[in-house]
Design a protein around this ligand. Structure first.
Ligand SMILES: *[C@@H]1O[C@H](CO)[C@@H](O)[C@H](O)[C@H]1NC(C)=O
Ligand SMILES: *[C@@H]1O[C@H](CO)[C@@H](O)[C@H](O)[C@H]1NC(C)=O
Length: 327
C-alpha cells in the first residue's frame, strides 16, 4: 500500500512518478500498445435495470440514470441503452454493434435480477471476443463493480458497510503506482488529487473486502487491485482492472461530480473533482475506441441510440437529476 502521504512524497518528485507510470515493464504495456485501428465514433452500451425500487416506476419498468449517459458523452462517445428482456439473438446483434458496455450503479439483485442476467450475457461474450483478439470494454460502477466480482467469482462475497453519501480520496496500491492501464496516463495533478482530496463519491451499502477478494482464487487471479478504501476498519477494493481483459470496476461514482446535484457531501463539485471525472470518462471512451464493432447500417444505428428517448426530470425528489425510462 502507498499511503496518501507516501504517494504525495512520490508525486512531489514528478519525474520519478512519470517514470514509474510510463516505464513499468508490465504485461499491459505490451498488450495496450498492440497496433489497432482507431474507432473515433465509439458507441457504448449502458445497461438498464429494474425500476422496482425506484419511486418513478410509473414511467417505465426499467431505467438508466442520465448521468451515466452524459458522462460517456462528455468524452466523445454515443450511447445505446441496453434494455432488459430482449432475446439472446437481439443481445448478440447489439454486442456486435457496440464498442463496450457500462454496468451502472443502483439497487438490483446481483443474483436474481434481469440486470444481472443481461450483464452476464455481455460479460461472457466480452471474454470470448477478447480471447479471440477482439477488444471489448466492460466497465462496472458501484453496483456494477460489485456485479463484476459476482460474474467473475460466481459468488456474492460482499460485506455490509456504512458507506452511503460521502466522498473520499483513494489509497493507491503499489501495483497501481507502478503500472495500470487505467491510471498510467493520468496527469500528475489528477493523481495527486485522487490520492489526497475527497473526490470519489461513495453511495453504497455493500463492499468487496480485500480479505474476501484475496481469499478467492478467481478474483485475485483475474483482477489487479488499483485502489482500496478503509470503511470502519475494513479495507475494501475501490478500483480494480482485469489483468488480461479490458474489464474495470470502480466502487465509487465518477459520473456524479459533473452531472448529479442532490445536495450531499458525497458529491464534490469543486474544479479538481470535475477534472478527475473527465479523465475517467476519457480513459473509458478511449478503451471503446479500440473496438471496431459497428452497426450493420446507419439506419439501425440511429434507431438504437439513446437520442430516441427523452429523459424525465426527477431531480426534485430523487438522487438522479434525470432518468431515462424503458418499457
Ligand atoms: C466475506 O463474504 C461473506 C459473504 O460471502 C461475508 O458474509 C463476509 O462478511 C465477508 N468477509 C469479509 C471480511 O469481508
Ligand atoms: C488509507 O489507508 C489507511 C491505512 O490502511 C487507512 O487508515 C485510511 O483510512 C485509508 N484511507 C481511505 C480514504 O480509505
Amino acid at each position: 500500500m502507498v499511503s496518501p502521504m507516501g504517494l504525495l512524497a512520490v508525486l512531489g518528485c514528478c519525474s520519478l512518478l512519470l517514470s514509474l507510470f510510463s516505464c513499468s515493464p508490465v504485461a499491459s504495456f505490451v498488450w495496450g500498445s498492440r497496433l489497432r485501428a482507431k474507432n473515433d465514433r465509439p458507441i457504448l452500451g449502458v445497461l438498464a435495470q429494474e425500476s422496482k425500487y425506484n419511486k418513478f416506476q410509473k414511467f417505465g419498468s426499467s431505467y438508466i440514470a442520465a448521468s451515466y449517459v452524459k458522462f460517456l458523452e462528455s468524452a466523445g462517445a454515443r450511447v445505446v441503452p441496453i434494455r432488459l428482456k430482449l432475446s439472446d439473438e437481439e443481445y448478440d446483434k447489439i454486442f456486435q454493434s457496440i464498442n463496450g458496455i457500462l454496468y451502472p450503479g443502483g439497487g438490483a439483485s446481483l443474483v436474481t435480477s434481469e440486470y444481472s442476467r443481461v450483464a452476464k450475457i455481455f460479460y461472457n461474450k466480452a471474454i470470448e471476443a477478447n480471447d479471440k483478439g477482439d477488444y471489448f470494454l466492460v466497465w462496472g460502477t458501484c453496483l456494477g463493480h460489485e456485479l463484476l466480482s459476482y460474474l467473475t467469482s460466481g459468488k456474492v462475497l460482499l460485506s455490509r458497510t456504512n458507506t452511503d453519501g460521502f466522498a473520499l480520496p483513494l489509497n493507491f496500491t503499489t501495483e497501481a503506482v507502478k503500472g495500470s492501464r487505467l491510471f498510467k496516463n493520468f496527469p500528475d495533478d489528477i493523481l495527486q488529487t485522487l490520492a489526497t482530496k475527497p473526490v470519489t463519491s461513495n453511495f453504497h451499502h455493500w463492499s468487496l473486502s480485500k480479505q474476501n477478494f484475496t481469499e478467492n482464487k478467481e478474483l485475485r487471479s483475474f483482477y489487479k487491485i488499483l485502489t482500496t478504501n478503509t470503511y470502519g476498519g475494513l479495507e475494501c477494493i475501490s478500483t480494480m482492472e482485469a489483468y488480461e481483459y479490458p474489464i474495470y470496476g470502480v466502487q465509487w461514482h465518477p459520473e456524479k461530480s459533473q452531472f448529479e446535484w442532490k445536495d450531499s457531501p458525497g458529491i464534490p463539485h469543486f474544479p479538481s473533482a470535475v477534472r478527475v471525472a473527465y479523465y475517467m470518462a476519457d480513459f473509458l471512451v478511449n478503451e471503446a475506441r479500440k473496438s471496431l464493432h459497428r452497426f450493420p447500417s446507419k439506419d439501425e444505428e440511429l434507431k438504437a441510440l439513446i437520442y430516441n428517448y427523452a429523459p424525465v426530470f426527477t431531480g426534485a425528489s430523487s438522487v438522479f437529476q434525470q432518468i431515462y425510462f424503458f418499457d
